[in-house]
Design a protein around this ligand. Structure first.
Ligand code: TYD
Length: 136
């Protein structure tokens, strides 16, 4: 499994840093939704789902966390700890987010509006979806 990480260009000067993200330039899709997680309780793992078609970029803009990616055959753990790095998460990818630092803010840029019917929340269903896609 290939882990795709984007290193964004910080515009730094003696005032500090600034990162700007534009759709189709820094981000490979049209950004239709942004959401973020913060105040994540200690020891919590979130996610436990995949999407049928949604693509996302995850950016830990403050603090740190880890992302477990699973494409149905391979698993990878990716630490996110810099505000200028983004992890691309394709569709049909099971994800779990964990090991949040108390100050972590995990921001997600998403290619579609919120749509519960795009979620696969059962792991066995996810494996079935992966296999049926392979056969197609
Ligand atoms: P949830 O899917 O449980 O988060 P995760 O699986 O990423 O840990 O989402 C938590 C709540 O927020 C749930 O009630 C649905 C709601 N929600 C929205 O209303 N819009 C959104 O874009 C997202 C991602 C979640």
């Amino acid at each position: 499994m290939q882990v795709v990480k984007y290193m964004f260009q910080p515009h730094g000067d003696d005032r500090g840093q600034l990162v700007a993200l534009e759709e189709f330039k820094d981000i490979p899709f049209k950004i239709k939704r942004v959401y973020y997680m913060y105040d994540t309780a200690e020891g919590v793992t979130r996610g436990y789902h995949a999407h049928k078609s949604l693509e996302q970029i995850l950016i830990c803009i403050h603090g740190s966390c880890k992302i477990r990616l699973d494409n149905g055959t391979e698993k990878k753990i990716v630490p996110l700890e810099k505000p200028y790095e983004g992890l691309y998460v394709s569709n049909v990818m099971w994800r779990e987010m964990f090991d949040f630092s108390p100050d972590a803010v995990l921001m997600v840029l998403a290619s579609e509006l919120y749509d519960e019917s795009d979620y696969i929340r059962d792991y066995d269903e996810f494996l079935e979806f992966v296999n049926s896609n392979k056969e197609a």
